[in-house]
Design a binder for this molecule. Structure first.
Ligand SMILES: Nc1nc2c(ncn2[C@@H]2O[C@H](COP(=O)(O)OP(=O)(O)OP(=O)(O)O)[C@@H](O)[C@H]2O)c(=O)[nH]1
Ligand SMILES: [Mg+2]
Length: 470
């Protein structure tokens, strides 16, 4: 296949004086860096965002608008991408009306463009409709580890998935070195290719159906309104509960959730508020672990558990993992004050995940819900979006979970573990939850406790201990 992007004979094409560009691509693909290089200024801050950002500047005597979009996980399918991000990808068109001339699809070249990645690109671009492909130019972010290989060698070696992508874009691509963002010549070359594409498209921009655009705008407004209403409702609920709430002498927590959802990291964020103890978060948690520390005069106990695979129902999980979930409550006698249901924000919450949570936590008891709080991890990923906007965007399935937990939820950024405020607020929410209960903690079967103790199934190691399975 002829690769147009490598051609030296750029035609002399007439410039558009008002050029509109949308940046698309996976997470950390370098979209914002590319946007900054095009606009020749620090227009986009280099951190994760879940909303689009539009910037406009004069570049080489013409007005250039760039819309940066939130990225998707490169190897995920579009249905794993949260609705918020999917909507923002579509919303980028509303921000570049009457329509963008070009979509720069930023692709990293530091690893092979595998079939999974191809499918992910295909499905995410499908959100914009088939016509989008007539306006896409692939921007390969140059990797330093290509060695002596030419870029064309790399394309050949990457095989069919990459060839498919280039064919879809009629061979339009540009190789961009983000380590040389100050090199104006590579931006000029890119602009030349964009101008050529625009000329080939007879200066027509990409257009979306007016009705579709209106639906996107309407939905965004609806989400904002509902998010505000939710926030007001939660404020009211919390202030009523606060009146009856008092500080617990001690507080016992159990972390439950899918594998990799951030349970151990959450445990560590809590522990960081008052101790040097830590759970191992570098490898999977294989069995229940308990840690106890003293914080502002009260004893806090945290039990970490092994999780379930996100899309596994109880029939698929191992008997050992299921038994560990059940046994977790016996690690904090006379019973936990709260079950923290850990859910990652950066993945869409599907019907399957919902059923997986429901089945696994009900292994403990059908009564767990009254003592549960949804604990959202990856708060850093949310950026400027509020948790209420996220819940409203994500839709009915996640709202079901939140409502099942009595509208109790909390967000943590486990990468900002020094932030004691997030833990203090979580403990307050737990105290508010139990304020109306005659027995504040979840009640477990006492006879089983005695049995476990009698058989010496607790193995103590300093301030932490784990429960040995029989
Ligand atoms: N950026 C970010 N990463 C997080 C956050 N919480 C957890 N992680 C990362 O998510 C990955 C999984 O975290 P863990 O705490 O090990 O998850 P887990 O639920 O204990 O996993 P298992 O023990 O396998 O069940 C790790 O790479 C963490 O660094 C967060 O709030 N923000
Ligand atoms: Mg763990």
């Amino acid at each position: 296949m002829a690769l147009k992007g490598t051609s030296q004979d750029q035609r002399n094409v007439q410039h558009l004086f008002d050029l509109r560009i949308i940046l698309l691509g996976g997470r950390n693909s370098g979209k914002s860096l590319v946007g900054n290089a095009i606009l020749n200024q620090e227009a986009f801050v280099l951190h994760e965002r879940t909303t689009c950002l539009k910037r406009k500047a004069e570049v080489q005597g013409r007005s250039v608008t760039v819309v940066d979009t939130p990225g998707w996980w490169c190897d995920f399918s579009a249905q794993d991408t949260p609705e918020l991000v999917r909507r923002e990808i579509r919303h980028s068109v509303c921000l570049s009306l009457p329509g963008p001339h070009v979509f720069l699809l930023v692709v990293k070249t530091d690893s092979v463009f595998i079939e999974k990645r191809r499918r992910s690109v295909e499905k995410h671009l499908e959100l914009l409709g088939e016509k989008v492909w007539g306006h896409v130019l692939v921007l390969f972010r140059k990797s330093t580890n290509l060695g002596n290989k030419s870029f064309e060698d790399h394309v050949q070696a990457s095989g069919k998935p990459l060839q498919w992508l280039l064919e879809k874009c009629s061979g339009r691509f540009h190789v961009f070195d983000t380590q040389k963002t100050c090199d104006a010549s590579q931006v000029m070359e890119l602009m030349g290719k964009i101008d050529k594409m625009v000329a080939e498209n007879e200066r027509q921009h990409f257009e979306m159906d007016v009705k579709a655009l209106k639906e996107i705008e309407d939905r965004k407004r609806e989400v904002e309104l509902k998010a505000h209403q939710r926030l007001m409702k939660i404020h009211k609920q919390r202030s009523t509960l606060k009146v009856h709430s008092s500080q617990h002498q001690n507080i016992r927590l159990i972390l439950l959730g899918a594998k990799g959802s951030g349970k151990s990291s959450t445990g560590n964020s809590i522990l960081a508020a008052g101790s040097d103890l830590r759970f191992t978060a570098k490898k999977r948690t294989a069995r229940c672990m308990k840690k106890t520390f003293t914080m502002l005069g009260r004893e806090v106990t945290v039990v970490d558990t092994p999780g379930w695979w996100m899309n596994y129902f109880t029939q698929d999980s191992s008997a050992f993992d299921k038994q560990e979930i059940v046994n977790s409550v016996y690690l904090c006698p006379p019973g936990p004050h709260a079950f923290l249901l850990v859910v990652r924000l950066d993945r869409s919450f599907t019907e399957i995940y919902k059923r997986a949570i429901e089945e696994h936590i009900e292994l403990v008891s059908k009564d767990v819900w009254n003592h549960s709080i949804v604990l959202f991890t990856f708060g850093d990923w949310l950026g400027d979006t509020t948790i209420e906007q996220y819940i409203e965007s994500e839709g009915k399935i996640l709202q079901w979970l939140v409502e099942r937990c009595g509208d109790r939820y909390h967000v943590l950024n486990n990468k900002g573990v020094g932030n004691k405020f997030q833990t203090a607020e979580l403990l307050e929410k737990i105290e508010e939850m139990t304020a109306g209960y005659s027995v504040r903690h979840f009640q477990t079967d006492e006879s089983l406790f005695k049995e476990i103790e009698k058989n010496g199934k607790y193995r103590k190691t300093g301030q932490s201990c784990d429960v040995k399975m029989c």
